[in-house]
Design a protein around this ligand. Structure first.
Ligand SMILES: [Zn+2]
Length: 330
């Protein structure tokens, strides 16, 4: 029998599934809480966190977790699954892109060990969410599926993603194995930016993979089903469920780069997420509102279109993300 899991005042014994509400802080009109479910398996195994909604208007991942919560049977699970469908609920409620309408911060990068005093500025809601989520849930997990997708303004290639940090090859390989066993063909391999500070200020974090599950802020049942299957595939890979992951024989790994606009204006793309492009190919234009062409966008390195952004572009915006250096893996 696996151990009892405790998250704030919720206690879940081995073989039980229970619902909770993560307390974050108090808002002017009442408590700020985030729904979650713990499936504490009857058998021993690792602790897996499955969360969506770090960005509030990316939907297929969260929808997959809704199904996971109802269908997972704790008597069939080894280890513990903690499921948080939507972490950034203020952004979700407001259909907000990237940040939220209370403090205009994104959750990625909002973790602090001590929440600063706000003075007369914006409230500190993102710090409070990130800290409570980390302290009570994220820090308890050995593995994490961080479910993203294309935000409302992003056409996005359906892919999984992981980061090769380069400090501990075993951890990097374990993160890749999560992505590979999720079972989608395209895998985006990120590298940390030079000089970037470590996530969560160097405190322990689970071995993590992410999804980019569909785009343009849509929620569609075929992609939701793919998310659900991917999660159960990873659970089989981790021996948390019986059976073998059902995945394609080969996957394609790519490294992302961005094309930024030189001009602001009205951006019209010639390509969609998933299209293959060659070096020198023209893939879009930026016009002003008189119809004059201000900029023609060409491809510097061949690859697959990972992301196409909003038509309303500011000077210096990322227009495209392209996956390059594509390699096939077993
Ligand atoms: Zn996202």
């Amino acid at each position: 029998m696996s151990r009892t899991v405790k998250i704030q005042d919720l206690e879940v014994k081995g073989g039980q599934k229970k619902r909770g509400n993560l307390s974050i802080s108090e808002k002017p009109a009442g408590p700020h809480q985030i729904p979650f479910t713990v499936v504490n398996g009857a058998g021993d195994g690792p602790t897996l966190l499955v969360n969506g909604g770090i960005d509030g208007s990316e939907y297929n991942g969260p929808a997959g977790t809704l199904r996971l919560q109802t269908e997972l049977d704790p008597t069939e699970v080894n280890g513990t699954v903690i499921i948080v469908p939507v972490v950034n609920t203020p952004a979700f409620e407001a259909r907000w892109v990237y940040t939220n309408p209370v403090d205009y911060r994104g959750l990625s990068g909002a973790f602090v060990r001590e929440i600063p005093r706000g003075g007369s500025g914006h409230p500190l809601i993102s710090y409070q969410v990130a800290k409570s989520f980390y302290d009570n849930i994220l820090s308890k997990a050995e593995y994490r599926l961080d479910l993203h997708g294309g935000d409302i303004i992003e056409d996005l290639l359906i892919s999984t993603m992981y980061t090769r940090f380069g400090e501990d090859p075993k951890r990097d390989d374990a993160a890749f194995a999560l992505a590979r066993n999720f079972g989608w063909v395209w895998i985006r391999e990120g590298r940390p930016r030079p000089g970037a500070k470590p996530p969560y200020e160097g405190q322990p974090v689970p071995i993590t993979m992410g999804t980019e599950a569909g785009g343009s802020g849509r929620c569609q049942s075929d992609i939701v089903d793919m998310v659900f299957k991917g999660i159960t595939n990873v659970m089989k890979h981790l021996r948390m469920l019986r059976g073998e992951p059902d995945i394609p024989k080969k996957a394609k790994v790519y490294r992302p780069y961005h094309i930024y606009s030189e001009r602001g204006g009205f951006f019209i793309s010639d390509v969609r997420a998933g299209d293959m492009v060659r070096k020198g190919q023209e893939i879009g234009v930026i016009k002003n509102l008189y119809g004059d062409v201000l900029e023609r966008i060409t491809v510097p390195q061949p690859g697959v279109i990972h992301m196409v952004t909003s038509p309303a572009v500011y000077q210096g915006d990322a227009l495209f993300e392209i996956g390059t250096d594509i390699s096939e893996v077993e």
